[in-house]
Design a protein around this ligand. Structure first.
Ligand SMILES: Nc1ncnc2c1ncn2[C@@H]1O[C@H](COP(=O)(O)OP(=O)(O)OP(=O)(O)O)[C@@H](O)[C@H]1O
Ligand SMILES: [Mg+2]
Length: 379
């Protein structure tokens, strides 16, 4: 029996039979024999075994059937072929019930042995194929559920985007319509309202573009040495009026070092801006928000923390998925696309960085983005 990639074990007190099996399996991957059940139990390594030949009647208390049960329990991948001196129906039924795949009656010829081994090999091939089919089925099911979730995402996207575009557009349209016949004294205010709408619309569109673009690594031509202190300070300055309007105190804590990372300045600024916007929006009147930069050997972090409403522990894992919003979109006070944190996550990943969050409902939230100082850009 050459060319068989089989690891074979035989347990029999009949030395002549073990010798016959040893010769028969000369071409096998391995052949190990034991002349007693206790010896087999003490020394046999079943992890990689394919076929075990077990004598049904062995001296020493342990019979082949209980050995078969033991083998199938500890190494289900092993096929057991029971060797019996008596070919009775009772013996056959007992062997199969114990978990044996086949049985051979003594004395048996080389051909008889080969037929039994062929059957085992064939069955093992079918089992392997079945495993492959099951794995393919599982893969298919996963792909299907991904497709379903992409479909759900598309629906969420369409419903949220509709609202988010309509609101600022209404401000622009309303402002311009009134402006047409408005007396001079009201013109500035109406122009201001229309401009606010235009700015909001611009923000929504920028978020969408940034989300789509930041799915890949930052291209080298867009990369530069970025000082995170300066970036954070620009974000804090830009958002100070928004924070004040929301009754939130926004502060900046610069690092004491030189937190310069290699990165895409616009993406990084947008990511920190999204975190700061959240810290203001999901806060309370009189609350506080802080952007803190830390410079460490080899890496730098930006933490945006707030004393706001917090996020329940069980909902933290969904953060960063596009269109994921803790409170139901239609019932909550704040609008938003649900893309801010997805942008933060993508931008961090594009810079080979990471995002972590700590939050306590009612007390506040802190998002930390960690960047390596070098090698963050593609190329
Ligand atoms: N600092 C925070 N405190 C409490 N909840 C937060 C905070 N940041 C994010 N969340 C929750 O996570 C959700 C997702 O945030 P994300 O920034 O992705 O979307 P959004 O703010 O709703 O909309 P967008 O940022 O696109 O305008 C928010 O809707 C909010 O429920
Ligand atoms: Mg947001």
């Amino acid at each position: 029996m050459k060319d068989r990639e089989l690891s074979v074990i035989a347990v029999d007190d009949d030395e002549a039979l073990l010798g016959f099996l040893k010769r028969a399996f000369e071409g096998a991957k391995s052949f190990v024999s034991y002349s007693s059940a206790p010896d087999f139990l003490a020394r046999a390594e079943l992890e990689r075994c394919d076929i075990v030949f077990v004598d049904i009647n062995m001296p020493g208390g342990q019979d082949g059937l209980s050995l078969t049960r033991h083998i199938k329990r500890v190494a289900p991948q092993c096929d057991v072929v029971v060797i019996t001196g008596e070919a009775t129906l009772d013996n056959a039924v007992a062997a199969i019930k114990a978990g044996a795949y086949d049985f051979l009656t003594k004395p048996f010829s080389f051909d008889g042995l080969e037929t039994a081994v062929d059957r085992c090999v064939e069955k093992r091939a079918i089992s392997a194929e079945l495993r492959l089919i099951k794995a393919a089925q599982a893969e298919l099911a996963a792909a299907y559920s991904q497709l379903k979730s992409a479909e759900r995402m598309k629906e969420a996207f369409l419903s949220v985007i509709g609202h988010e575009l309509r609101t600022p557009l209404a401000k622009i349209q309303g402002g311009l319509e009134l402006l047409r016949d408005a007396p001079e004294a009201q013109r500035a205010a109406l122009t201001g309202a229309a401009l606010t709408g235009a700015r909001e619309l611009h923000e929504v569109i920028e978020s969408l573009i940034l989300y789509a673009e930041s799915s890949k690594e930052a291209a080298p031509e867009n990369c530069a040495a970025v000082n995170l202190d300066e970036l954070a300070s620009a974000v804090a300055e830009e958002l100070a009026p928004r924070a004040a309007a929301a009754g939130v105190t926004l502060t900046l804590r610069r690092s004491e070092g030189l937190p310069v990372v290699e990165g895409h300045p616009d993406w990084l600024r947008s990511a920190f801006r999204q975190l700061a916007l959240n810290a203001i929006a999901f806060n309370k009147k009189g609350g506080s928000a802080e952007i803190a930069v830390l410079d460490k050997p080899g890496h730098a972090t930006v933490t945006v923390s707030d004393s706001g409403i917090g996020i329940p522990k069980e909902l933290l894992s969904g953060l960063g998925n596009p269109f994921y919003q803790v409170a139901d979109y239609l019932t909550r006070k704040t609008g938003g696309l649900g893309l801010g944190l997805a942008i933060v996550k993508r931008v961090a990943e594009a810079h080979k960085g990471s995002v972590t969050v700590r939050s306590e409902p009612g007390k506040g939230t802190a998002f930390t983005v960690t960047f390596r100082k070098a090698g963050a850009c593609a190329g």
